[in-house]
Ligand binder design. Structure first.
Ligand code: NAI
Ligand code: BGC
Length: 269
């Protein structure tokens, strides 16, 4: 990987004990950033392993348990980050869940849980990060920007998704949260962008890739002909966190092998 100039910067990655969050934490850590590896209490062992891998590669990392849908826990997460590493320069707003069902069977609890984690969680973490960026002030020797926020969205910020209405609504919300925040904060030199992955091989969508039949059906939706891997997303996130993308504000990078290009229209319509 090229030198992204992240040494001396501090990144908070939410939901970093598995999947895309883990890959982002490792990539940022090995690129020189100090990384706060956020996780749920039940994933402490996996988070500790991420920390060890970063430290073994010569980096700095700290595991912090916090439910990012809870205001008090998000405040405590950022306080720990500042206490240990002095400040925060990068937020990867990654943690998210799926909990879909037929719409007529969806409980309010199910609806609210997904919105609370996927959308309100991103609001709470972004707000804490922005407050810390503004408190700290510019450090031109480290970055052209006061701070960088990368929101983990999904192709489902634009592709409707039957039986996953709460999830699709949350990612549609992430899109306009990200864009509105980017518009509001660009004058403060805070860059807010998103990545919209397609199908990436992680625990969240295991049923979609773990059998040959499921994988074959999934690949029908991916013109590039392969499932995504976490590193495909993490490399783009690290680039968005670096000054190499300094003029990018309010953009969503689709990392999806062409999934958002309506592949079923190829030769039809
Ligand atoms: P994953 O299930 O491995 O990761 C989700 C992580 O979020 C887990 O580590 C989980 O413990 C954590 N988490 C859940 N609730 C939390 C909470 N309240 N507080 C803190 N952490 C919490 O799955 P994956 O794929 O890595 O998901 C990460 C993000 O990527 C999610 O936002 C998901 O919507 C998004 N995404 C995933 C895609 C895929 O195909 N894998 C595609 C598009 C988006
Ligand atoms: C979902 C995955 C799904 C992918 C493509 C993601 O947002 O979390 O389960 O495979 O979109 O549909």
């Amino acid at each position: 990987m090229p030198d992204l100039g992240l040494s001396g910067q501090v990144a908070v990655v939410t939901g970093a004990s598995s999947g895309l969050g883990q890959a982002c934490a490792l990539t940022l850590g090995l690129a020189g950033a100090a990384v706060v590896v956020n996780h749920l209490p039940r994933s402490a062992d996996a988070a500790a392993e991420v920390v060890t891998r970063i430290e073994d590669g010569g980096g700095r990392a700290l595991a912090v348990a916090a439910d990012i849908s809870r205001e008090d826990e998000v405040e405590a997460l950022f306080a720990r980050a500042v206490d240990r590493f002095g400040t925060v320069h990068i937020l990867v707003n990654n943690a998210g869940v799926q909990d879909g069902t037929r719409f007529q069977d969806m409980s309010l609890t199910q609806w609210q849980r997904v919105l609370d984690i996927n959308l309100t969680g991103q609001f709470l973490c972004a707000r804490a990060a922005v407050r810390e960026f503004l408190r700290r002030g510019m450090q031109p020797e480290l970055s052209c920007a006061l701070g960088k926020i990368i929101c983990m969205s999904s192709v489902h910020q634009i592709i409707p998704w039957a039986f996953e209405t709460n999830y699709a609504a949350s990612k549609g919300g992430v899109m306009l949260l990200m864009q509105s925040l980017a518009q509001e904060l660009a004058p403060n030199r805070i860059r807010v962008n998103a990545v919209a992955p397609g199908a990436i091989r992680t625990p969240i969508n295991r049923p979609a890739w773990e059998t040959p039949q499921a994988l074959k059906a999934l690949l029908e939706l991916i013109p590039y002909g392969r499932i995504g891997e976490p590193a495909d997303v993490a490399q783009a996130v690290a680039w968005l966190a670096s000054d190499l993308s300094d003029y990018m504000i309010g953009t969503t990078l689709f990392i999806d092998g062409g999934m958002a290009l309506y592949p079923s229209f190829r030769g039809h319509g």
